[in-house]
Design a protein around this ligand. Structure first.
Ligand code: DX5
Ligand code: ZN
Length: 218
């Protein structure tokens, strides 16, 4: 089933509870939370205390995207704070397989994230262990960037890899996804659509409904 995951990076941080209620009432059941350390990516966003606070006021599935170096340092704390899915970058992990196991042992679903320039070959020996693969469709670090066109090919190729190996792995896409280009990623095979500025940068309720309308075509 195709799902929309609004990214709270583009939400109003003074009104996170309200913003979460708006998307929940519009029919969303998963939310994307971007954690940035200022080292792996240039920007700094939020961390455990914020996740803990919003966990108390929301029953949405929390998908936490860790844009940090050596993410294995934070897995247990992130899960304890309320993450249901934890995404780690291939480029940030010294021992990717071990980190995937660590996420699952901590009780969360494991997601592996690939930057735009990172080839799918990096997934060859871990694909069967993960719940989700996140294809970054912009270079990570900021909301509001433009979708990188060659990522459509990458999504398609990943869909083929999953089918060939008869796996039940979800494909997630993140960056530059809007109502005007979402069909392209859905046609290529994406399951989970992350959208920040195109949801919270506009009338969030309306935007969620418009995305959901398009999903019904697939
Ligand atoms: C970027 C983040 C994204 C960001 C997407 O590094 O990983 O989740 O919030 O924002 P948009 O949808 O505006 O590109
Ligand atoms: Zn993200």
């Amino acid at each position: 089933m195709i799902k929309l995951l609004p990214s709270i990076l583009s939400a109003d941080f003074a009104n996170l509870e309200k913003n979460l209620k708006v998307i929940e009432n519009a029919g969303v059941d998963m939310v994307h939370i971007d954690v940035m350390d200022g080292v792996f990516v240039p920007s700094i966003s939020l961390g455990m205390p914020v996740i803990q606070s919003i966990r108390k006021v929301s029953s949405l599935c929390f998908d936490v995207h860790l844009m940090v170096v050596d993410p294995e340092r934070y897995i247990e704390d992130i899960v304890a704070a309320g993450a249901n899915i934890v995404g780690v970058h291939v480029e940030a992990c010294k021992h990717l397989h071990r980190t995937i196991m660590q996420i699952k042992e901590a009780g969360a679903r494991a997601c592996v994230v690939l930057n735009p320039a990172t080839p799918l070959e990096k997934l060859e020996y871990v694909l069967e262990e993960v719940d989700t693969v996140l294809i970054m469709t912009v270079n990570p670090g900021f909301g509001g960037q433009s979708y990188i066109p060659s990522m459509t090919r990458k999504i398609r190729k990943l869909r083929e890899m999953i089918l060939e190996n008869d796996l039940n792995v979800k494909i997630q896409v993140d960056g530059g996804i809007k109502l005007t280009n979402v069909r392209e990623v859905l046609e290529a095979g994406a399951d989970y659509i992350v959208a920040g500025s195109s949801v919270f940068g506009e009338n969030a309720e309306e935007q969620v409904k418009e995305f959901h309308k398009i999903f019904k075509e697939y």
